[in-house]
Design a protein around this ligand. Structure first.
Ligand SMILES: O=P(O)(O)OC[C@@]1(O)O[C@H](CO)[C@@H](O)[C@@H]1O
Ligand SMILES: [Mn+2]
Length: 477
């Protein structure tokens, strides 16, 4: 039975919680870049429900994970570990309360490499919003406040050594890997059959296998722990056998243009014959999705369609299931150690790609900042220049799509090229299952038809796009 002061405290907190929600403003728009960015959210919008429900749930699970590992921290670090656990939980609980009661966002106080950039972003956002309203959880762009939450989780840990580099999402990511074993074994068995005949495959057969593995990587994006607020979201069915039945759910399929970018790279000074094709993969979720990305990357190198793969991951735990360097290395080690012949063989092959330099892993801080990608050239010119060295950049997942399009309320028939607003380091393709209210490049009437058939079509993860932009030319999609 709760003591009366605690009961009173809880009652005040829930009263404050509901008052904050009554303050939720109707949708206000900033007209930026030709389309409105959602600055605040009407009740019941996906953004509103994410901030109101899913994000607090994720924070609660993070706090619970840290609490459950208290003994582990004690065993490893003694009393210091207990202190760190307590302090971290207190910081996270404070942030959760700020979120629930729509308090102003606070400047970061840690001394990480990107702290200044985050605090400048907050100041810019405040300037944009004017003085009448503080930048707060329910009155500022969803894209920003959601990214900000994950950076505050990192701050809470960073400020409490010795648990600073503890990955609060690790359990969910490793569970997603272990729960998808059957699908992974099926995939590696398929790859084994492919590799055995690789030399004899015709161009058309290569294209057929390319399309299959590109779509396996596309649908791997369903396995995302942010949309599920951490609930198990692993791959249970055969990733190859389900492709045919999933075809109708691909709303835009530019696979043929992705293929052309691969077989006839356009980098200046490169002839088709001598071209050493480089593909960059901007990763999204660990677990099964990362596995499908590694299988695709292995196929590109083994078929000699590409010679170099640059993987781009996150420099700290992000959006629950996004890939960090630890996840990347762990997944390859785990695959190598699998007691399944073809899985283990794939893991060994992946290790050798890393060893001989065909594969490399990078984690620029820009990927864990709130910026839209059209800001990259100005805010991260080094990363932009890196991407310009690719013949094709694959962007995995929904958050990347939101950053490519600025999370704006584009008309569904606006072209992908328009929505990119000048972002174009190289030919690029988004491989995304729809989990947020933004989608461009559709045919006239397609969005309306989908909306009448399935009101949740933009957020359920049931639909997907393979959306390409040949950034170098101003061609219309
Ligand atoms: O980028 P991912 O992993 O495909 O998706 C992450 C994500 O589900 O998290 C947010 C909801 O919390 C969504 O907007 C976003 O799509
Ligand atoms: Mn993700």
């Amino acid at each position: 039975m709760l003591s009366s002061p605690l009961r009173l405290a809880r009652c005040i907190s829930s009263l404050a919680y509901w008052c904050a929600h009554l303050l939720v403003l109707e949708r206000a728009h900033e007209r930026v870049g030709g389309a409105s960015m959602v600055v605040s959210f009407p009740r019941r919008s996906f953004a509103y429900l994410t901030v109101r429900d899913r994000m607090p749930t994720i924070l609660t699970r993070v706090i619970d994970t840290i609490h459950r590992n208290k003994n582990k921290f004690f065993e490893e670090y003694g009393e210091e570990g207990i202190q760190a656990e307590k302090q971290t939980i207190s910081l996270l609980s404070k942030m959760r309360n700020e979120l629930l009661t729509d308090k102003p966002l606070l400047e970061l106080t840690d001394s990480l490499q990107d702290t200044e950039s985050w605090n400048q972003y907050l100041q810019r956002q405040q300037k944009q919003q004017g003085d009448q309203d503080s930048v707060s959880w329910f009155k500022s762009p969803w894209l920003y406040v959601e990214c900000y939450m994950y950076r505050r989780v990192q701050e809470a840990l960073w400020l409490n050594p010795p648990i600073s580099d503890y990955d609060v999402f690790n359990e969910g990511k490793t569970q997603s890997f272990f729960e998808s074993q059957q699908a992974m074994m099926t995939l590696c068995t398929y790859v084994e059959g492919l590799n055995k005949n690789m030399e004899g495959l015709s161009k058309n057969q290569l294209l057929e296998h390319f399309n299959k593995l590109l779509q396996v990587s596309l649908w791997g994006n369903k396995c995302d722990l942010s949309i599920s607020a951490g609930q198990d979201n692993s791959q249970k069915t055969s990733p190859i056998d389900s492709l045919d039945s999933l075809q109708p759910f691909i709303l835009v399929n530019d696979s043929n243009r992705v293929w052309s970018a691969l077989i006839s790279p356009q980098r200046p000074g490169q002839s088709k014959e001598t071209a050493l094709v480089r593909v960059d993969i901007v990763l999204d979720n660990s677990g099964f999705e990362l596995f499908t990305d590694l299988v695709l990357a292995d196929f590109l190198v083994s078929s000699r369609l590409a010679h170099e793969i640059h993987f781009h991951g996150k420099s700290f735990p992000w959006f629950v299931s996004d890939v960090t360097a630890n996840d990347f290395q762990w997944t390859i080690r785990q695959t190598t150690a699998a007691n399944h012949k073809w899985m283990s063989k794939s893991g060994v092959q992946w290790m050798s790609h890393l060893k001989d330099g065909a594969w490399s892993y990078h984690d620029h801080p820009f990927w864990t900042q709130p910026h839209e990608f059209c800001d990259m050239e100005a805010d991260a010119p080094d990363l932009y220049a890196t991407l310009q060295g690719a013949d094709l950049v694959l962007f995995k997942g929904d958050l990347n799509y939101r950053k490519l399009t600025g999370d704006r309320e584009w008309d569904h028939t606006a072209s992908f090229h328009t929505a990119l607003r000048g972002f174009g380091p190289a030919p690029l393709c988004s491989l995304r299952t729809l989990k947020a209210n933004v989608q461009v490049g559709l045919q006239p009437g397609q969005g309306e038809r989908l909306g009448s058939q399935d009101p949740e079509w933009m957020t359920s993860g049931k639909y997907a796009v393979v959306q390409f932009d040949n950034a170098k030319s101003e061609q219309k999609d």
